[in-house]
Design a binder for this molecule. Sequence first.
Ligand code: PEP
Ligand code: MN
Length: 365
Amino acid sequence: MNLTSINKELQNKKANSPIVIAGPCSAETEEQVVNTAREVKKINEVAVFRAGVWKPRTKPGSFEGVGSEALKWLATAKKETGLKIAVEVANAKHVEEALNHNVDVLWVGARTTVNPFTVQEIADALKGSNAIVLVKNPVNPDLSLWEGAIERIYNAGINKVGAIHRGFSNYAKKNFRNPPHWQIPIELKRKHPKLTFICDPSHICGKTATLLAVSQKALDLEFDGLMIEAHINPTKALSDAEQQITPNELAQLINNIEIRRNVLDVETPNLQEFRRKINLLDEELLDILANRMHIAEEIGMYKKANKIAILQSHRWDEILHQNADLAKQKGLSKEFIIKILSAIHVESIEQQNKIMNEKKDYKKK
Ligand code: PEP
Ligand code: MN
């Protein structure tokens, strides 16, 4: 892909500052849109104002966006503040309407990126336009699907394309609303070094407390910028209320981010790069272990309720054999894998034992 750099267009003049796209999850009223835009305009780094006009909601019955009418409010906000405006498009009609209202940045949402038919429809509708298009990762952790969507847009003649990382769906919602699986965007970036990369910590975190840590990490991983949901009155927001912050809080968050442009030690760039990858993988390992222990606890509760003994030795035997064979296929030493699995198994039994044999409710400890 011969991409045109879009960083300058998305960035504020301030040299070397990251791209910051900010605005509410949804456009709700003209007043809310214009007031939020005025406030985020005061933040130096913000050059683009976002707002969802058509909202893809998981369940019917929730607020699904005000639709086309909100495009006029966004046009007003743009005129008043000079900020570029960004909206999500999910079909050809959205593209047509957004372009007719001079929307500068169109983004493809995570629930759309999963569907190549819809992405192609959007790509076809974009033909001939000069818009900037940002493609969010699909909800499922599939690098090719993400890459494919970007290629479909690019192949339609749009060379101002970028990617937004918003994390991936997960059955067990724990620390993150959408766990980041950083190795996926990192691999996409490795394959397409010229692609602009924006991180959306709002949808990764799903709550405000961890926004700074995730934003800092993204910038340390050489993302070009952030898309953060900001609302003039987050507690009253009609969608994603738990993850939105006020423009003031956004200003503080940005102030607290350390910009470390050249994170690689010039003397040992390769070593630094390897260490970074190892750290990421270690973190993934810990996440996987935490999830595994969580399931073991649930098994413990099930066994307790159904009066089933903790150790089912045929099951343990099955786990050992299955994984010893798999380890061999993956070029790992059998002894090493048996050691690791045994340690995990002992810890799982420990957890189940606690649940099954403690008088008190283990959750109330
Ligand atoms: C959004 O940006 O408000 C949104 C719906 O995002 P996603 O497609 O990442 O869920
Ligand atoms: Mn949202």
